[in-house]
Write a protein that binds this ligand. Structure first.
Ligand code: TXA
Ligand code: MG
Length: 320
């Protein structure tokens, strides 16, 4: 039962002993394990009920650690790292042989991120290990942005949870692949395509979805990722449509909606604030008091692209 939360010292000890521990990052909480320990990796997949064709992100605590896990690192990777690490950016690079196939689902590439959260940085540094960590939620569920969210989903399955407060960014990192001819965004996040282009001069945005039987090279690409239990609808509500009585509305800004707002992502219409609040509000409204969650439209620009991406995946296709 939680709390008490796990201390940094205990987390380091548990991770070195091959256990899995949830740790805070600035994006979402991660479920961490020793990248080099296949038993620890297996525990991550088992706790999350995550299929092993969905590869993990490896977390490091300094740029110098990049060549411990990746090889043939292009100069573009170092330029991006200088600009946006530590921070909400994951890079896909050719993997070193020391990275177990289980971490990468057999792909020849590895996802690497250097998070900025001070607690994450301390845990990675003090453990002396690159830590494999997917988001600390059950597969296909909404990612946790507080320690309590983790406890609700995984509390009785893992060795510990470190509380580092609510996540400041609130959506998963941007994923940029540097394995092709042109840098490609595989998952939108707080590091926007414009920000990548500023550094590298070019970028493409890939929004492919999963193919049965193949590793997910485009991440989080199950179309039904990030779904709450209560049906969530992100889209136009036709005029005069009879919504279920127990509908909750997640508003954005001060626009009118089909029903009065239940909660608001950002009254000021600030997209950074909205991003930080989205998952917490989804968790809050995902309870038996409601039959439907409606979300106001959010402009599909900048970090709003990350919100639109997650909300489209979370959304049912048609109103009930
Ligand atoms: O912000 C984040 O990235 C959080 C925190 C904990 O760091 N982590 C996270 O991990 O969102 P996860 O497992 O929920 O999402 C990682 C995604 C997966 O969907 C996977 O498909 C993709 O990264 N991925 C991992 N390795 C890959 C690779 N070699 N090539 C392409 N995609 C990869
Ligand atoms: Mg995830």
């Amino acid at each position: 039962m939680y709390p008490p939360w796990t201390s940094v010292e205990d987390a380091v000890r548990l991770l070195q002993a091959g256990q899995v521990v949830a740790i805070p990052t600035e994006t979402v909480y991660g479920l961490a394990g020793n990248t080099y320990n296949e038993t620890a990796l297996a525990k991550i997949f088992e706790a999350k009920e995550r299929p092993t064709f969905d590869p993990l992100i490896v977390h490091i605590a300094e740029i110098d650690q990049l060549d411990d896990v990746a090889k043939d690192i292009p100069e573009a990777a170092y330029r991006l790292a200088q600009a946006y690490w530590p921070g909400p950016l994951t890079m896909i690079l050719p993997k070193k042989d020391c990275i177990p196939d289980l971490a990468t689902s057999g792909l020849p590439s590895v996802a690497v991120r250097f998070p900025s959260h001070p607690v994450a940085r301390r845990i990675i540094k003090e453990s002396g290990l690159p830590l494999a960590a997917p988001s600390a939620n059950l597969f296909k569920h909404v990612s946790p942005t507080t320690a309590l969210h983790v406890a609700e989903q995984l509390g009785d399955r893992i060795a510990g949870i470190v509380d580092g407060g609510p996540c400041q960014v609130g959506v998963e990192s941007s994923i940029v692949s540097l394995t092709g001819n042109t840098p490609a965004i595989l998952r939108p996040g707080a590091i926007t395509p414009e920000m990548v282009k500023d550094i590298l001069g070019e970028v493409i945005v890939k929004t492919s979805s999963s193919q049965p039987g193949k590793p997910m090279t485009a991440p989080g690409q199950c179309d039904t990722h990030y779904r709450p239990q209560v049906p969530l609808y992100y889209g136009e509500v036709p005029q005069g449509y009879a919504l279920p009585k127990r509908t909750a509305r997640i508003a954005f800004g001060n626009g009118a909606g089909p029903i009065p707002e239940t909660v608001n992502l950002s009254k000021a219409g600030d997209m950074v604030e909205a991003t930080a609040n989205l998952y917490a509000l989804m968790h809050e409204l995902d309870n038996p008091d409601y039959d439907l969650i409606l979300v106001d439209p959010i402009p599909n620009i900048g970090i709003g692209m990350a919100l639109n991406d997650r909300l489209k995946r979370a959304s049912i296709r048609q109103l009930p």
